[in-house]
Design a protein around this ligand. Structure first.
Ligand code: SAM
Ligand code: SF4
Ligand code: SF4
Length: 341
């Protein structure tokens, strides 16, 4: 009998439901909070192709997560996932996995005019597109490559036209783009799209995070509520990352992802597969578990399943809770571009 453990839980009784796959550590942007250009420069040692999991390896692992552990959602991320060649082909392979209910991608949107239709046809359900400002100068500064907003708006349009579900992510940094909160809220309300504000997080070691640069969920909500009244609404499902609010005029909603001011570790059901093929059980972990080595070895599927099962069952991660409690946390963390959001 094959090893099937559909309701596996960790030490804090959290199931495994969601898998995020970083398909590349490369990106065409250099957002200051994620891949600062000073560090991710022309000589930066990005992974070579052979270091990345192949599409076949990714499919094998994804199938195992879905069919052995009951993962229902997969999100493709990066780096910029659309920088990886032939992504529609990977999407098609993953979309065929029986038992997978939701296949999504987080992208900076700039390459969607090229790929949106093919991705939709291949079976992608939805995209989350990142945009941090509607002010061109500010956006160009934040993305570190001088890319104008127009490029992202064209990506959003292409995704909608192709019939993909679309949400927008905005990372809010105090003193950097806080004045964009209201214009972004107005614009995406009018567009009928859900905008999610993300508190600036201390991911990785290179973005010079500092608590003073975090505009908290409470502060974000207050600013919006003053001009555009909102009211909290129930999560769509247990473990939803964003706290949801609807506009009281009945037209639209927003979300806030509050990793810093209001940790949501108690319901964290996400596993992450890094660009290098390591399994991470927390966004802020300092090390992962090498699945690439296993999948390239003679190990049977059963042995690989047991290895993953053991990791999840032993999981105790709750970095954001520890940070809130000012517990000492590991300083050396995996960079966001290897592990995705
Ligand atoms: N390149 C794609 C994109 O930007 O959407 C996917 C990868 S990116 C690492 C995933 C998400 O993480 C994006 O929405 C990005 O804004 C967010 N992110 C990156 N660094 C962050 C940080 N330090 N704090 C909060 N969110 C961050
Ligand atoms: Fe690239 Fe996304 Fe990181 Fe920006 S947030 S540098 S687009 S991976
Ligand atoms: Fe999950 Fe780690 Fe984030 Fe907590 S800090 S919600 S455990 S990824």
């Amino acid at each position: 009998m094959s090893f099937v453990e559909k309701s596996i839980t960790d030490q804090l009784n959290r199931p495994l439901r969601d898998l995020r796959i970083s398909v590349t550590d490369r990106c065409n942007l250099r957002c200051t909070y994620c891949m600062p250009a000073e560090i991710f420069g022309p000589d930066y040692p990005f992974l070579e192709k052979k270091e990345l999991l192949s599409f076949e390896e990714l499919e094998r692992l994804a199938r195992l997560f879905v069919q052995k552990f009951g993962v229902e959602k997969i999100r493709l991320t990066g780096g910029e996932p659309l920088m990886r060649k032939d992504m529609p082909q990977l999407v098609e392979m993953l979309a065929r996995i029986e038992g997978l209910n939701d296949l999504a991608m987080t992208t900076n949107g700039t390459l969607l005019p090229i790929y949106a239709e093919r991705l939709k046809k291949a079976g992608l359900n939805r995209v989350t597109i990142s945009l941090d400002s509607l002010d061109d100068d500010r956006f160009k500064r934040i993305n570190g490559r001088g890319v104008p907003i127009k490029k992202v708006l064209e990506g959003i349009e292409a995704a909608r036209k192709a019939g993909l579900g679309v949400k927008i992510n905005m990372v809010v940094q105090k003193g950097v783009n806080e004045e964009d909160i209201l214009p972004m809220a107005h614009y995406f309300k009018e567009q009928g799209l859900i905008l999610r504000f993300i508190e600036f997080m201390d991911v990785g070691n290179t973005n010079e995070w500092n608590r003073k640069a975090v505009l908290t969920k409470q502060e974000i909500i207050e600013r919006i509520h003053k001009e555009m009244p909102i009211t909290p609404i129930a999560p769509n499902y247990k473990g939803e990352v964003a706290t949801r609010y609807s506009y009281t005029d009945g037209d639209g909603e927003i979300g806030v992802i509050s990793s810093v001011s209001d940790a949501f570790c108690s319901t964290c059901n996400r596993a992450r597969l890094s660009a290098r093929g390591e399994l991470f059980t927390c966004l802020f972990a300092s090390s992962g578990h090498d699945l690439r080595k296993l999948i390239r070895s003679e190990k049977t599927e059963e042995e690989i399943t047991e290895f993953i099962s053991r990791i999840w069952k032993n999981r105790t991660d709750q970095y954001s809770v520890d940070r809130t409690l000012s517990k000492p946390v590991d300083k050396k963390k995996i960079e966001m571009s290897y592990i995705g959001g």
